[in-house]
Design a protein around this ligand. Structure first.
Ligand code: 4NP
Length: 164
């Protein structure tokens, strides 16, 4: 999805998976929901390391899962991550280790953003991937939601405590 650039006071968070149609839009939706509930003002966006699905809506199964959890993501549109994202955002979270490696290899030398693996936020799941549900079924998408929302809760708690 395309978001406006964060200003100096507003923390900008970017989630990155491969296609930006399954996992990272769900991470974006979960964080939006949790940040809204916490009245936390964040700029939240998502992107893919690949551009195959650019300008496309999320996978219908991701839309169904988000709707089940109370978020309408049908208006999100995929985009490919670009090196400038490292200057636009404060924190970039890779959904899996391959995404992390791809992001690391494109990151500029003096970018503003920190780069981390998303599940490093969740105690006991450090170093784990959010598994790709693209070739899976509704149960896999439900598991994706569960994982990304645990990470989003942990991130909001961290930002609230000033450990950003
Ligand atoms: P995502 O899932 O990275 O979670 O959006 C995928 C979406 C599309 C493809 C692979 C993974 N694909 O091969 O087109």
């Amino acid at each position: 999805m395309t978001a406006s650039a964060p200003d100096k006071e507003t923390t900008g968070i970017l989630f990155v998976c491969l296609g930006n149609i399954c996992r990272s839009p769900l991470a974006e939706a979960a964080l939006r929901q949790i940040a809204d509930a916490a009245s936390m003002d964040l700029v939240i966006d998502s992107a893919g390391t690949a551009g195959w699905h650019a300008d496309k809506a999320p996978d219908p199964r991701a839309c169904v899962e988000a709707a089940r959890r109370g978020v309408n993501i049908s208006g999100y549109r995929a985009r490919q991550v670009v090196p400038a994202d490292f200057d636009r955002f404060d924190m970039i979270f890779a959904l899996d280790r391959q995404n992390f490696a791809d992001l690391q290899s494109m990151s500029p030398a003096h970018g503003r953003a920190s780069l981390s693996l998303l599940l490093d936020l969740v105690p006991g799941f450090e170093g784990h991937d959010v598994a790709d549900p693209y070739y899976g079924d509704a149960e896999d998408f439900a598991r994706t939601w569960s994982e990304v929302s645990q990470a989003a809760h942990a991130l909001v708690a961290r930002l609230r405590s000033g450990r950003g």
